[in-house]
Design a protein around this ligand. Structure first.
Ligand code: ASP
Length: 440
């Protein structure tokens, strides 16, 4: 049995939490391979080491020197080592790191040093081997994970009783350090799990798994004990941010289950993320609800749109030209809408886009709805239970909310509902009450 364990920023935040990490790992001999994040926040107002490193990069840009932010990074690691009480020359390692930053002063290299230093220190504490992701995790020229990574990692892990791999980064085709997007150590963990042929990928964090909805909106929502890879992808893409939404791809191909566990409450069961074949639905209709605010819907209507060959293609070519990706594309016979993250449409881009679409395809009508929130109602059970959408829309109507857009994924795994931003919280709690709440 092999378990790969990824420990997030809060688990790595200080000496006490890293000791907990060691206790968790030592409690189970199957926990052979670890992936670590950079130290995160120790308390509410604290700054994550990765954020301090991005500041370090900014300071370096402006002054040409490492300044206050890097000093804070060094202090964090010095106190971590002293709290752990290990005899390890952290000063020398920080000194080397400083020199290396001047040699490779890129944003990605600097940002990656949190995981690098955390990896070296954790390996030292556990008496384990340190595996530098720079040598083992590779990206292709177009920024994708290079499949050679799996061979390199599996060779590096071979025969090791215990090893620590630094999360979040690897090397690009030219050998320079490149990071994943924020929260990317989750992806490294999944990649290591696949390379090791693990039986389980344990993702240790500061919550006891996924909740059925955002606890800032609904008081103590139900805990999700199991969900499928697909459900996870839908929920995490739409804002349930326990796990990086891309981290399922490496493990899914090898059918390796993921278990979310809480470093600070290891006795809690957590949430299992499983291939759909191993997943027991129970009687559940909806597994979870997630959502995000601030989308823009561009709606267009044109008589006989469905028979106008190349209509969609031409509209899409405008988006492509501006490098804009869309989230959803609900369409009817003569209508079509694009749902786009409003962030992408700032600075006059929206106006420009509408102008070019009008010129190219001459729709009869075009409307823009700004400030739209999307709510994803997710669950395999929805396709098996007659009347799910009736219940959903009845609940939203009873809350007095006007639905601006509906999109049902082709897998019948999710229904996406668009409402005005201001109605977001009200809609989420109405939907939650309908599917999870106790009725009197
Ligand atoms: N340290 C990185 C971040 O804060 C990566 C991670 O923790 O997964 O985004």
């Amino acid at each position: 049995m092999i378990k790969v364990c990824k420990f997030g920023g809060t688990s790595m935040a200080d000496g006490i939490s890293v000791r907990r990490v060691a206790d968790i790992v030592n409690a189970d001999p199957a926990r052979r391979f670890l992936v670590v994040s950079a130290p995160g926040k120790r308390f509410g107002q604290d700054t994550k080491v990765t954020d301090l490193l991005y500041e370090t990069y900014e300071e370096l840009q402006v002054t040409g020197k490492l300044g206050a932010a890097f000093t804070k990074v060094c202090d964090r690691f010095r106190s971590l080592v002293s709290e752990l009480g290990i005899s390890f020359d952290i000063g020398a390692l920080l000194h080397d790191t400083e020199r290396e930053i001047y040699g490779e002063p890129t944003k990605d290299f600097i940002a990656s040093r949190g995981e690098y230093l955390a990896g070296v220190v954790t390996a030292e504490l556990l008496g384990a081997e340190f595996i530098n992701a720079r040598e083992t995790v590779k990206f292709t020229a177009d920024g994708k994970l290079d499949p050679v990574t799996y061979e390199l990692l599996s060779v590096a892990l071979q025969g090791k009783k215990r090893a620590v791999v630094s999360g979040f980064y690897g090397a690009d085709a030219s050998g320079k350090v490149k990071t994943f997007s924020r929260g990317g150590s989750d992806i490294t963990g999944a990649v290591v799990a696949r390379a090791a042929g693990a039986d389980l990928y344990e993702n240790w964090t500061d919550v006891s798994g996924f909740l059925a909805c955002d606890p800032r909106i609904v008081d103590s929502p139900a805990q999700i004990s199991a969900l499928s890879y697909q459900e996870l992808r839908e929920l995490s893409y739409m804002g349930a941010n326990v796990l990086h939404s891309e981290s399922i791809f490496p493990v899914r191909e090898a059918n390796i289950p993921i278990r979310i566990k809480n470093t600070f409450r290891p006795e809690d069961e957590g949430t299992d993320i499983l291939p759909v074949s191993k997943y027991k639905f129970g009687g559940k209709t909806v597994t979870g609800i997630a959502g995000k605010k601030n989308f823009t819907v561009i709606f267009m209507e044109k008589s006989l749109m469905n028979s106008e060959i190349g209509f969609t293609y031409r509209v899409l070519s405008v988006l492509t030209k501006h490098g804009i990706s869309f989230e959803h594309l609900p369409s009817g016979i003569d209508t079509m809408s694009f749902v786009i993250d409003s962030e992408e449409l700032k600075g006059g881009v929206l106006e420009q886009l509408c102008e070019e679409i009008k010129e190219l395809v001459a729709p009869d009508r075009m409307r823009v709805h700004k400030d739209i929130a999307l709510i994803a109602v997710v669950g395999h059970g929805m396709s098996r239970n007659v009347g799910t959408s009736a219940r959903l829309f009845q609940a939203i109507a009873s809350a007095g909310v006007n639905v601006r857009m509906i999109d049902q994924g082709s897998s019948e795994l999710n229904i996406i509902v668009g409402v005005d931003n201001e109605n977001y919280e009200r809609t989420v709690s109405a939907v939650y009450r309908e599917f999870f709440g106790f009725k009197i």
